[in-house]
Write a protein that binds this ligand. Structure first.
Ligand SMILES: [Zn+2]
Length: 196
């Protein structure tokens, strides 16, 4: 059985001009005895350890860390997992070795989808669960704390991303995600059901 659990719900807020506070949503995927942590974020390691502990897991027991992209608010905690292989848009990094292997998915119920636009190296993890397709998308969709999270299709496609590297590719990635997702786990904000 595949399980998707939100360990930390990502947030983003401006404290004052030039100073922001953010961490990405950090998600745990358990499938076929393998454990995947998506976007370990910037939170205090103790908080992350505590959340893993609720699933009887530790930093040592994580098999893969999956990075939706390499902005610091998503990947600062990457080194906490001593035994994990790291999956990014380029391939798999194990120790000092990077194996170029685009689209590598660690288990049969997971699939990697290229979703550039917010950044060039954007990828999403699709997880086929008994409750439908979960798409863990990083900042293909994200909201600041002071923004209302509108999840009708039009609002989602038009939602302004001030940091988007390529707005057209972002829109295409959003369309791709909404076409296949039942549930979307965004980079910052609450997970939501896709209205078909
Ligand atoms: Zn982010």
């Amino acid at each position: 059985m595949v399980n998707v659990s939100i360990l930390i719900e990502g947030f983003a807020r401006e404290i004052k001009e030039g100073l922001e506070e953010a961490t990405s949503t950090t998600t745990l995927v358990q499938d076929e005895g393998k454990t995947i942590v998506v976007d370990p974020g910037t939170v205090n390691p103790e908080q992350l350890a505590q959340m893993l502990g609720r699933h009887n897991l530790s930093f040592q027991s994580i098999d893969y860390v999956f990075l939706t992209h390499k902005h610091i608010d998503h990947c600062k905690n990457i080194a906490l997992f001593p035994n994990a292989k790291v999956i990014d848009a380029w391939g798999i990094t194990s120790g000092t070795r990077l194996e170029y292997k685009e689209g590598f998915a660690p288990t049969t119920n997971t699939q990697i989808i290229k979703t550039p636009g917010h950044s060039d190296d954007g990828i999403s993890l699709a997880v086929n669960t008994q409750k439908g397709a979960y798409l863990i998308v990083g900042d293909v969709f994200w909201w600041r704390d002071d923004e209302k999270q509108k999840t009708d299709k039009n609002s989602l496609l038009q939602h302004h991303d001030p940091y988007a590297a390529d707005k057209e590719r972002l829109r295409k990635s959003r369309e791709d995600i909404l076409a296949i997702a039942d549930v979307v786990v965004p980079g910052h904000g609450k997970s939501f059901m896709v209205q078909q």
